[in-house]
Design a protein around this ligand. Sequence first.
Ligand code: FES
Length: 511
Amino acid sequence: MRVMLLGHAGLKIETADATILVDPWLSPEGAYQASWFQYPENQHVINPALFTPTAIVISHEHQDHVDPWLLRQVPPEVPVIIPRYSSPALWKKISSFRPGKIIEVRSWEILKLSEQVSVYFVSEESPMNHDSAVVILGQGHTILNMNDARLSPAQIRRIRNRVGGKIDLLTIQGSGASWYPMCYEYSDEQKMDISRRQRLAKLSYVERAVRASEPDFVMPFAGPPCFLDPELFIHNREMHDGYFPDQHQVEEWLGLQGFKNTVTLFPGDVWDLECQAKEPDRLWEGFSYGDRFDYLNAYANNRRAMIRNVLQRFPHPTVSLWEPFRDYFEKLLQMSPYFNQRIGMRVGFEITGGGGGEWSVDFREGLLGVCQGTNDCVYKYRFESRWLLPILNGTLPWEDFFLSLRFSVWREPDLYNDHLLGLLKFATPEALRAVELFETSLNQEETFTIQTEGRNYEVQRYCPHAGTDLLETAEVLPGRILRCLAHYYEFELESGNCVNGICPRLKTKRR
Ligand code: FES
């Protein structure tokens, strides 16, 4: 079995009887409204044969994994294999631009794609997070493709046991996909400080995933993206020591933790699982991430006209968006009393440009409603009206918009509200109900003991956010703070309060 990196999270997996593409992203327009681009560039891997694979496997709905530009060129009889999530968003997104066959597969259900190749997904435990690892089995080899998914160590061990204890290649994201803290109204120093901490937390998670899976080889991939629009170019600094480390930095960091069998592929490079050897694409001779800014400046010059064209597809509206905004959020407020209660605040929207205005949505009990003005808001989004219209008419999902980084957000107190994002991104009663059922059934009884800074604490074993086993996925920070590495919520061991998000209390008791 041979694996070619197509760039970013895209893989081409070949056996004698099948060619499988996983999360291919090759659009010359990048993704997220020409905000993200593949880094390094991957256009040279495009050739006619790429458009006639045996199957295409898509792990989740983010635009750097679902590429309409590519999928539209693939014949409709080529199946697209996706995980079954509680929300139909991924299925709807693909079928909105491609009339072909889509096969939804439940987590852990094995699907045979050819005589030699089978595949299955393992989705994150909480239905709040629609991310899945892809396990690819072929010719006696196993690839565990974690991409952006944060599986629990128990899930990873279960995969390992299921495949007979041997994972040949683990492919895993070392660079996050997030707008935090880049779009938050913090000082520059605060942003860089948070980014550095996020980077370390992400790398710690990677380390734990590697320890749990014990692969023969690890390949960091699925990022970093680069930003070529002059307005967003500043975010490339995240690669230096912020939230978007490059593959070599992840490789170096894993080396410092004692993992030597790490391999970096660039687009077009191939890893042969049989020989455990790399076949490099000669294009990359002399390429170095160290020459980042010259490379990115030249890349940005090449894409300037294309970025302008994409932005022109989002004109500023000429009529007020107030009524569609109000109707949209009034409908959303009817969907889930549980989510409304968990959001529990007034959220403001400052929409600039033609048709915009200052409006708010109140999620507080007894005050539910949509109104003009942003008084009393403790959370405020600011962005241009050109983005709001496609969001309201459903052609631009909220998360795809947020990942474009083309907005800013202010909040006081400075706490992450997972349910606000969850409501915006799912927006169907069934998907919201699935989250509610999951969260209200979490086991809070089992405990374990933590000893830190001279004190002992008896702590609830499963994270109150989404149920990850803290015994395996948590670290203790100075100041008696416990951080869950699944989604980086932090809890005071003394009080159990979550200090960086709106999350139920962690049950703790000093002993
Ligand atoms: S499970 Fe999400 S932070 Fe712990």
